[in-house]
Design a binder for this molecule. Structure first.
Ligand SMILES: [Zn+2]
Length: 68
């Protein structure tokens, strides 16, 4: 794991900020859009279980905001 977002707290392994700040900010947008962190986590974890990390729609959306 390189990045983790908990509410408005974004934690990124040093040296990976350029790629992962936009990715993690998209997760912030997602939980705001869904109305709460609880709603986000319910959907996010459901997608991880059903689709796996690579194919989870919320992850695909966040990756679209990574540069390059
Ligand atoms: Zn992500």
């Amino acid at each position: 794991m390189v990045g983790l977002t908990l509410g408005y707290g974004i934690y990124i392994v040093d040296g990976h900020q350029t790629r992962f700040v936009p990715h993690e900010l998209r997760h912030v947008h997602q939980f705001e859009r869904l109305g709460s962190i609880k709603s986000f986590l319910n959907l996010y974890l459901q997608q991880l279980l059903e689709c796996g990390y690579e194919k989870a729609p919320l992850e695909i959306e966040a990756r679209e905001y990574e540069p390059g």
